[in-house]
Design a protein around this ligand. Structure first.
Ligand code: NOJ
Ligand code: CA
Length: 681
């Protein structure tokens, strides 16, 4: 062997060794889901940290940046090196006190990558990835350290670089003076997006569905995502405090999880449990007082203008009206009665009364104690109502006294409301300030054994796992928009989009069940087609109890609208708590067919809705128990039904079925169908 050959051989071996070491280091920065289909890799390029996501070897997210920008300190995203990695694996199943499904399996592989700046101030951060078969969650940890104590985040530098110019279903976010989410959804390619809310549902090539959202939002602003024109990069856009700062904290600190749910087909998106698995288990030892329920309320009258929240001749919340609603609830087996406008503060322009509302004092024509006693006698629960109009300080000042009062009266559920874009102090509705407020309320409620249903909430990020008294929320355009909203109310496609977007975050208090579709009753004349009105058939209103899941469901219409209506029987029968949920058919913006089995029972319920097009579905009932005989009670669109011209006909039929049967569901334009399938006696 010559000297030269010897050197060359050593060089080759050295290179091989180096390459092997590099490959091993790379492998340390990769993690896959238990089924091996989803894979995340972390990479440091020129000192910056990136992650990417693949499914079945195909890119979903291209290398996407990570890090933070701070006020008064250099951003933490450059000059980074990996100092440590660690792994964990979990496979456990837990039971929900209530939900769309009773049992949830948490099966994931975790990789934690710790990073440090190579130069002073040598700050550290870690990124923890959890890979599930149904998606990925990742969050930042800022460990306690000498050079990073108290901080003010001006921007989270997280990116989501979509490999595909997927079609996004979105509502706008962070618009000046319009910082809300009660909008109609639009769809457009990622490359056309401005700033939008999450959950953001994306349809990519080959039907892959990707949902960007977050989980366990506790002490941080809500995350919107912002596109930039002609690019497929979405960036985290955090909702600001009044002074523009996004998040304040001190180390040790963890952010919420950024979640990317993945599904091969739209129907596999729901029920979505990724976010629940990324929330801590319940902190409430005893949850026996938490009960899903159906309710009625002094509510729709105010929205259609036949009653008022304020005092005067049309005041809705009177002792007399309350007794009538309580009687109606008791007679029909409903658990609760919501009474809005009972408390002082609604007079004048209530949207500006954030500092005036009392949460303990009733109007003189409403005897709170007597009504509460009457409800107790009739075995019905009053649902308290706290509209804050964004007056957070006013509400927080009264919170303890108010909840103590409600508890003493047996009022164990409260609906809250936050009709405001920004607080009077100028904080965004989705800011850390507001996130902290909503948390304060749920904690106070838990201390007083009160269930909470929030309107104009902070978005749902799975908090109900930790606080199961967080029942439902609104957080999208609900039925109220059909009473007075722009665009003539909610269009027929609206709920077929909600199912695959807003509802993936969690339950929604949509308030279905309007039977007086033309809003004639009480107002004396039917609404014209161009006026705001309900844009569904009556059968579709029934189907919404199944499609739009909520553990508290309202029969939203006036009690008189249900008189002599055989279809009302379905609302009396339908449960609000489920063991199993199966999405049988679905296309975003077009249709949904869902089947659910009641919790602790053998009955199944099926709900189908369509947009403005009529549709027919052929549904095998193979989800029923084999060998058992059932009776199907079918509430279908009647002959000639049409959402615009003829919304009321409902055809109610019964037929025996088994697991071998098939049902042909014929839905009218803008229509729906609701079916109860119970074991035959
Ligand atoms: C908006 C809520 O969504 C609605 O349900 C409520 O009646 C009003 N605010 C008044 O609080
Ligand atoms: Ca609302």
């Amino acid at each position: 062997m010559t000297r030269w050959t010897c050197h060359r051989m050593l060089g080759l071996a050295g290179a091989t060794l180096l390459a092997a070491a590099a490959a091993a280091a790379q492998a340390q920065l990769r993690v896959a889901s238990p089924d091996g289909r989803n894979r995340v890799a972390v990479e440091i390029k020129e000192g910056r940290a990136y992650y990417d996501l693949q499914r079945d070897g195909r890119a979903v997210l291209l290398p996407s940046g990570l890090g933070f920008a701070f006020q008064g300190a250099r951003p933490l995203h450059e000059g980074l090196e990996v100092t440590d990695t660690s792994r964990n694996t979990v496979d456990e199943t837990w039971t929900q006190p209530w939900g769309e499904v009773a049992r949830v399996r948490d099966r994931h592989n975790e990789l934690k990558v710790t990073l440090r700046e190579t130069a002073a101030p040598a700050r550290q951060l870690a990124v923890v990835f959890r890979l599930f078969n149904d998606g990925v969650g990742f969050r930042y940890e800022l460990p306690e350290q000498a050079n990073l104590g108290e901080f003010a985040i001006t921007e989270e530098l997280t990116e989501f670089v979509l490999a595909d110019d997927a079609r996004a279903w979105w509502i706008p976010a962070n618009r000046p003076k319009l910082d809300r989410y009660e909008f109609l959804y639009s769809s457009s390619p990622v490359s056309r997006l401005d700033t939008v809310h999450t959950p953001l549902t994306l349809e990519a090539r080959d039907g892959l569905h990707v949902v960007i959202h977050e989980a366990n939002l506790v002490d941080y602003p809500g995350m919107n995502v912002a596109g930039s024109l002609e690019s497929r990069t979405l960036r985290a856009a955090l909702a600001p405090h009044a002074d523009g700062i996004k998040a304040r904290g001190r180390t040790p600190f963890v952010t919420p999880w950024r979640t990317i749910q993945l599904a091969d087909r739209a129907v596999d998106l729901a029920p979505s449990v990724l976010g629940l698995n990324l929330n801590p288990p319940s902190v409430l030892e005893n949850t026996s007082w938490i009960k899903p329920m159906k309710y009625v309320g002094i509510w729709w009258g105010m929205h259609i203008g036949t009653m008022t929240w304020s005092s005067g001749p049309r005041h809705g919340a009177t002792t007399q009206h309350a007794r009538r609603y309580i009687d109606f609830a008791a007679a029909n087996g409903f658990g609760g009665v919501l009474i809005e406008g009972w408390n002082l503060g609604w007079d004048g322009n209530w949207l500006e009364n954030g500092d005036k509302f009392s949460f303990t004092q009733a109007y003189p024509d409403y005897d709170l104690k007597a009504v509460a006693a009457y409800a107790r006698e009739r075995g019905v629960k009053l649902i308290g109502h706290n509209e804050t109009a964004g007056g957070i300080e006013n509400y927080e000042r009264q919170l303890e006294d108010a909840f103590a009062l409600y508890q003493s009266l047996g009022i164990d559920a409260v609906k809250t409301g936050y009709v405001v874009d920004r607080t009077p102090e100028g904080h965004s509705h989705h800011s850390q300030y507001m996130v902290r407020h909503y948390r304060k309320v749920i904690e106070a409620a838990a201390r007083h054994r009160i269930m909470v249903d929030v309107h104009e909430p902070i978005k749902d990020t799975g908090e109900r796992r930790t606080y199961p008294n967080r029942m439902s929320r609104e957080g999208a355009r609900g039925q109220e928009y059909s009473a007075w909203g722009g665009e003539g109310g909610n269009p027929p496609e609206h709920e077929t989009i909600l199912f695959f977007t807003r509802l993936l975050a969690g339950p929604m208090d949509f308030t279905p069940g309007i039977f007086d579709i033309l809003i004639e009753r009480g107002t004396g004349r039917p609404r014209r087609p161009d006026e705001p009105r309900v844009r569904t058939t009556l059968a579709k209103q029934l189907a919404l109890y199944l499609v739009l899941y909520s553990p508290v469901q309202m029969a939203a219409d006036l009690p008189e609208s249900y008189q002599n209506q055989p279809a009302f029987q379905f609302i009396r029968d339908v449960p609000v708590d489920w063991d199993t949920t199966r999405v049988l058919r679905g296309k975003i913006g077009d249709y949904v067919v869902v089947a659910r089995r009641e919790r602790d029972g053998q009955s199944w319920y099926l709900g189908a809705i369509t947009d403005e097009e009529g549709r027919t579905f052929d549904i095998p009932l193979s989800f029923l128990s084999a060998g058992r005989r059932y009776l199907a009670e079918i509430y279908a669109d009647g002959p000639g039904a049409h959402w615009l011209t003829n919304p009321l006909p409902v055809a109610i039929t019964r037929r025996p079925v088994t697991a071998a049967s098939r049902l042909r569901l014929v839905l009218a334009p803008g229509g729906g169908q609701a079916i109860r399938i119970r074991p035959a006696q």
